[in-house]
Design a protein around this ligand. Sequence first.
Ligand SMILES: [Fe+2]
Length: 394
Amino acid sequence: MFAKSGDQFNFFLPPYVVFGRGVRSTIPQYAQRLGMRRVLLVVDPFFIETDYFAQIQNGLQKSGIATTSWSGVEPDPTDVSVDAAANTYKKADCNSVICIGGGSGMDTGKSVAIMIASGAESIREHTPPTNRSVNGMVPTICVPTTSGTGAEVNPYAIVTNTLTGRKGLAYPGWELLSAQQVAIVDPELAASMPPKLTAITGVDALCQAMECYLTYTPNPISDDLAFRSIYLTAHNLREAIYSGQDITARTNMSLAATLATMAFPNAGLSYPHHLNEVLADTFHLPHGVAVGSVLVATLEMLLAYKTERLALLATKAFDVPANGYSQLSLAEAGIREVQRLLADINFPTLSQAIGQAKVDIDALLADWTAREPQFATPIGQERARRILKRSLEF
Ligand SMILES: [Fe+2]
C-alpha cells in the first residue's frame, strides 16, 4: 500500500461523486450545473414504478428540465436496446442523459451518451471498441439503484453486439474519458434490493476488490481503495442481506461497491472476471454468481504467489487474530473467512449454480481462448483449469 522508489503507474480518476443518504435530492442541482435542458431518463423497468423515480422526475421538472423516460433496459444490454434508447433520445431532441438503475441500466445510458457524442448510428460502431474521436461529451449523470457493479464510476459499458454475438466493452478506447460527469450514490435507493440481489451484487463488489488487490499490476491508490472496499464488505454484507433495513450496512455496501470500481479499472482484475463471460453465457448465470462461484478457488490458486497480501487481508479486513502464526497460515485462514462469508449468505457454489448442467472443462477453456486470447496463455489456461476443477469440488 506504499509506493516504492521507481514505481510508475497511471490512474483514472472517476467522475465527481456525490455520496450519502438522501443525495438523490441533489440530482436537479447537478443537472442544471451540467446544462441539462431536455434529459433522457434511462431507467430500469422495475424502478420506474417506484415513488423514488417519481420524486426524481418531479424534482427535475420543477427545476425547468424537460424529461423523457425510457425503461426498456435489458438485463444484459444488447445493441438493439441501446440503439432504441438512442432513437428515443434523438426523437425527443434531448441534450443529456441520466442513467438510473443497476449495471445494465447505467451501461445502457452511458452507451447512449457515447453514441450521441460520437455521432454513431448504432452502438455496434463501438463494439468492438474503436478510438473514434468525440466532439465534446453529452452531459450525463449516473444514479445507481444497486450496490455492486460500480458502473456509476467506471469508464466502461458492456453491450452485446447481436450481429457478432459477442459481449464486449463498448468504449475502453476512451479510458481517458468517462461518459458520465457525475455519479450520485444514494444508499437509500439500494436499500430496497431483496436479499438475493443484495448478495449477488455485494459478491460482485467483493470479487472486483479482491481481484484488484491481488492483481499483478497494483498501484498504491488502487490498493487503498480495494482494501477499504474488502473491509467494508467483510463487515457489512451479512447485515445488508439479513437486516435489509440496516441503513448503516446498506451505506457501507454502497461505499464498498463504489470504491471497488474506482480501483479496478486502474489495476485490473483476475480469473473470476476473466472467466465470467464464458461461465455466464454457458450456464446462464448472473454476472455476480459467475464471478463469485470461482472466487475461493482463485484465492487458493493465488495463495503461493500472493501470500503476504492474503495474510494482510486476513488480519486487517477479516479480523483473523495474528497470534504469531505464519504468513501462509494467516493467508489460508483469510481464504476460509471468504468461504465462510459466502456460506453465511447462502451464496451458491459453482455446482449449485449450474445445477444439472454438464461441465466440459476442455470446451469451456476452448471457448475462453477464442473470446479472451490475451488471458488464455498456456499458464493462464493451466490456472483456469485448476480453478474450474476446484470450484466444482465445493
Ligand atoms: Fe463485476
